[in-house]
Design a protein around this ligand. Structure first.
Ligand SMILES: [Zn+2]
Ligand SMILES: [Zn+2]
Length: 306
C-alpha cells in the first residue's frame, strides 16, 4: 500500500521525498490507504494497514534538521581560504579598473560598467537561484551541494541567519576565484574590470545579502537596513514573498531590481515550460503544495538563542 501511495506522488516529489519530506509522505500514504481499503464492507478482502515507509537517512548534514551549533553551519579554514581568494581576485580587478581609469583619465565608462555589473549580478543571482531551487538534487555534479543547501534553506530558512559568514559564501567565492583570476591575469581594460569587479563581488556576496534579507530589523546593522529600504540590497519583505506559496517568484537576491519584471512577465514559467516540453523535466515548484518548500518553524529552544 505504501509503495502504491508513493507512486502517486508528483514526479518532483518522487525525486526528492527520500531526503526532505517525511511529513508529506505520511499524509499522502494515510489518505490513500483510508480511501482504498474498506474492511467492514468486504470482510474477505485482505486488509492492509497504512504503513509509513521512512526514508533512508542521508549522511549529509543539510538534509537533516539542523540543530543549534550544528557543525554544518560553522566556517572551516577551507571556507575562509576560498572567501579570501575570492575577495582577492575581486579586489585585484577593482584595483586594475581604478588604476586604468586614473592612467587614461576615463572614469565615466568604468563607473557605468560597474553599474551594469551590479544590475546584471541581480539577474544572475535570480537565474542561478531559480535553477538550483527547481532542478537537480544532491547527486547533481558540481551543483549538488548548493542544490541540497538551497532545498534545505526552504525547509529551514532561519538557519541562514545562524550560518557563519565564510560557510555561507565559500561556494560562490570559489566560483568567483576560478572565473575572475584568469581575467585578472589576461586583461588590463579598466572598463571590463569595472564590470567584472562589481558583478563578481555582488554575486559572491549575494548569499550575505540573502542572509540579511532573513534578518530581523532590530538585529541588522542600521546601514544594512537603510540599504534594504533603498532597494540597493534585496529587501526583507521582497524576499519573504519567495518563502511563501506559490514559491515560484522573487528569486533575485542582490538588489531584487529584476524580481518584479521577471515575475510579471512570467519569464521563469516560460523557461520551465520550454525545459519541460524539450527535456521532460518538471521544476520542483510545480509539485506544490507539498513539503518540498514548506518551512519548519524554529523550535522554542532555537528561538531563544541568538
Ligand atoms: Zn529559493
Ligand atoms: Zn531565503
Amino acid at each position: 500500500m505504501s509503495i502504491l501511495a508513493q507512486n502517486k506522488l508528483p514526479l518532483g516529489s518522487q525525486r526528492h521525498f527520500h531526503k526532505y519530506h517525511v511529513p508529506s509522505i505520511h499524509t499522502r500514504v494515510h489518505c490513500s490507504a483510508t480511501t482504498t481499503t474498506k474492511p467492514k464492507t468486504e470482510p474477505n478482502r485482505l486488509v492492509v494497514e497504512p504503513q509509513v515507509v521512512l526514508p533512508t537517512p542521508s549522511l549529509s548534514t543539510n538534509s537533516a534538521r539542523p540543530v543549534l551549533n550544528d557543525p554544518s553551519l560553522l566556517s572551516t579554514w577551507s571556507h575562509r581560504a576560498w572567501v579570501a581568494s575570492g575577495c582577492t581576485t575581486v579586489l585585484i580587478s577593482l584595483a586594475k579598473s581604478l588604476a586604468g581609469a586614473a592612467n587614461s583619465h576615463i572614469w565615466l565608462e568604468p563607473v557605468l560598467a560597474g553599474l551594469v555589473g551590479y544590475i546584471l549580478a541581480d539577474l544572475g543571482s535570480g537565474v542561478y537561484h531559480w535553477g538550483i531551487d527547481n532542478y537537480g538534487d544532491a547527486s547533481t555534479p558540481s551543483f549538488g551541494t548548493q542544490i541540497e543547501a538551497f532545498q534545505g534553506h526552504h525547509k529551514w530558512p532561519w538557519t541562514i541567519t545562524r550560518r557563519q559568514f565564510a560557510n555561507n559564501l565559500h561556494a560562490l567565492a570559489r566560483a568567483v576565484t576560478f572565473t575572475v583570476l584568469p581575467i585578472d591575469l589576461l586583461c588590463n581594460d579598466p572598463i571590463i574590470h569595472g564590470f567584472v569587479a562589481v558583478c563578481s563581488g555582488c554575486i559572491m556576496f549575494s548569499q550575505q545579502f540573502h542572509a540579511w534579507a532573513h534578518g530581523t530589523k532590530s538585529r541588522l546593522p542600521p546601514l544594512v537596513v537603510a540599504l534594504q529600504d533603498l532597494s540597493i540590497l534585496v529587501s526583507r519583505s521582497q524576499h519573504a514573498a519567495h518563502h511563501r506559496p506559490p514559491y515560484n517568484n522573487n528569486y533575485c537576491i542582490v538588489s531584487g531590481v529584476w524580481n518584479e519584471f521577471l515575475d510579471k512577465q512570467m519569464v521563469f514559467e516560460a523557461l520551465e515550460m520550454i525545459l519541460f516540453f524539450k527535456l521532460g523535466v518538471r521544476p520542483r515548484s510545480w509539485s506544490e503544495p507539498n513539503s518540498d518548500w514548506t518551512e519548519e518553524a524554529e523550535t522554542p529552544s532555537q528561538l531563544t538563542v541568538s
